[in-house]
Design a protein around this ligand. Structure first.
Ligand SMILES: [Zn+2]
Length: 545
């Protein structure tokens, strides 16, 4: 006896419904499983260099293995070990003495001056003359050279914190970074740098607030050349001076410090000059060496030629770990949104793209030590496991807010390159609107892992859920603001948040769509013609329109 065909069909349908197999579409329960494991207390907050982080890294590697990703780390493994160095200033060792016509003044730490550790030498001292160099910035694009006509060879360069106020946020953030300022000073022969805290900065980030961060050790990565990242051995001493100390430093100067501060606040012209005084700086530093892995898998492209080009998806796997509260009780910082949510998105993206490969290859990069200053990403960008010029784009995932049914997304960085077009169609296909950056003053494009690849010329985009909600009773803007106020970098960024896995699915789909659009396009992404980042960091630039 044979079964009627209709019965067979209905049995098959039942079977499908009861035993879903791995599909090409994003599955909410998989996203939930990743977030619930990664944000569990068992991982103790995933701080780089701890067992909790290592367990999270093993989990990600096991997922790559299960999905069939190729090892993209070192020596046919999924891991790229990042050598890290934790550094601290030895208590009581910081000293700064100014010598002027009226005598010597020993500044008080941390009321008058603060300094960080030397990240490579256990003891460092310098004594030299001083040259005031405005903001210490050289920016041909803005026709600005604070060193014009000044000689800082063998001297200590003295500059104001910040930059001219009128410059755009993202470009300004790069130009005013302490690394850029140190680089300009070193290239001109300076042996030390002094930064002046200003009344304009005091209004935004007070001296007292900076002092509160002082006790915590810093961390950096150590390159194959044995030097810490962004380290300049030529700089023998560095410090930041408070307002009164700057007054002593400017004794006998051709322009008073009050006048310099006034011009800084009123956007007046600030020109440099040699100061008639000297300063002696000294410090002792201590170190702890450790290492922590990036976890890297590769989906090979389906096109025999285009597979040599690689799209990198990145997300940081680390968070803040365990920190004692004011009463001395240890609290776990689980980082559910920051960034278990990003890693869950990354893993589900890998699964879906592996099942239906784009023409270009895709690298799945879980990075360590983002919370310590983008260290895993920085190490990867400087020691990439594929040649850097084969990386055509970076899609970064960091703290997607998955607690509301978002109706729009913001694509940081998209306006700098042809990635804008790819993002537009990816969002449209998911039925989600693309909104402009609602908080441009935050300069978010230069504040997450993708920026390390941008600095190597790679166009990048970083999606955030927008300020609109599909729920008329909610405001995305309010949810964001409340999160930043109450949960961001707090123990309460945990599984008690009302995580909306439907929203998580949509967010993942958009990110997958972006990779597909880039992965299957005949053209690789290009920096827009005349764009600041393309110009400063190199990389492929679109022809003039
Ligand atoms: Zn964070």
């Amino acid at each position: 006896m044979t079964r009627p065909l209709t019965l067979l069909l209905s049995l098959a349908l039942v079977a499908c419904a009861q035993f879903p197999t791995a599909s090409n579409s994003v599955e909410q329960e998989r996203l939930r499983a990743h977030i619930e494991f990664l944000a569990s207390d068992a991982l103790r907050g995933r701080a780089a260099g701890t067992h909790g982080y290592d367990a999270a890294a093993e989990y990600v590697a096991a997922e790559y293995r299960k999905l069939g990703l190729k090892p993209g780390g070192e020596g046919d493994s999924y891991f790229q070990q990042v050598p890290l160095r934790e550094h601290s200033l030895v208590e009581g060792s910081a000293s700064a003495v100014i010598e002027t016509a009226s005598g010597r003044t020993a500044l008080k730490y941390p009321q008058d001056f603060i300094m960080g550790p030397d990240r490579h030498r256990t003891a460092a001292t310098v004594e030299a003359g001083l040259v005031f160099v405005g903001y210490g910035i050289v920016a041909p694009r803005f026709d600005h050279d604070d060193y014009a006509g000044l000689d800082v060879k063998g001297k200590i360069a003295v500059f104001l914190s910040g930059r001219p106020e009128a410059w755009p946020t993202e470009e300004g953030a790069h130009l005013a970074s302490s690394t850029e300022k140190a680089r300009h000073a070193v290239e001109r022969g300076a042996v030390g740098v002094l930064m002046l805290h200003t009344p304009r900065e005091e209004a935004v980030f007070s001296w007292d607030k900076s002092v509160r961060y002082l006790g915590r050790p810093g961390m950096g990565w150590v390159g194959r050349d044995g030097l810490p990242n962004n380290y300049f051995p030529e700089i023998q001493g560095a410090a930041t001076l408070n307002l009164d100390a700057a007054g002593i430093l400017f004794e006998g100067a051709p322009v008073s410090i009050e006048e310099v501060f006034r011009r800084d606040s009123e956007q007046g012209l600030i020109e440099g000059f040699a100061l008639p005084n000297r300063i002696a700086l000294a410090r002792k530093s201590s170190y702890r060496e450790l290492s922590s892995p990036n976890v890297i898998g590769v989906i090979e492209g389906s096109d025999p030629v285009l597979k040599d080009e690689v799209i990198v998806y990145s997300a940081h796997l680390d968070h803040l770990g365990v920190i004692p509260n004011a009463e001395g009780v240890e609290e776990i910082y689980n980082g559910a949104m920051d960034n278990a949510a990003g890693i869950a998105t990354l893993l589900e993206t890998a699964r879906v793209l592996e099942a239906d490969r784009p023409r270009r290859s895709v690298m799945i990069l879980a990075v360590t030590a983002e919370e310590k200053g983008l260290l895993g990403a920085g190490y990867f960008a400087n020691h990439p496991t594929v040649p850097i010029d084969r990386i055509v784009a970076n899609i970064n995932l960091d703290m997607p807010m998955l607690t509301y049914p978002f109706a729009d997304v913001v694509a940081f960085g998209a306006e700098h390159s042809t990635l804008r077009g790819f993002v537009d169609s990816a969002a449209a296909r998911a039925g989600i609107k693309l909104s402009p950056d609602p908080m441009p003053e935050q300069g978010l494009f230069v504040r997450s892992d993708h920026y390390e690849l941008v600095k190597k010329g790679v166009p990048a985009v970083f999606l955030m859920t927008g300020f609109e909600s599909r729920d008329p009773n909610q405001s995305g803007a309010e949810i964001w603001q409340a999160h930043l106020r109450q949960h961001y970098h707090q123990p309460s960024d945990d599984l008690n948040l009302p995580i909306d896995y439907q929203a998580a699915r949509v967010f993942t789909e958009i990110n997958i769509n972006i990779g597909r659009e880039i992965g299957n396009s005949p053209e690789r992404p290009l920096w827009n013609h005349g764009d600041f980042f393309g110009e400063v960091f190199g990389g492929p630039v679109a022809p003039a329109p």
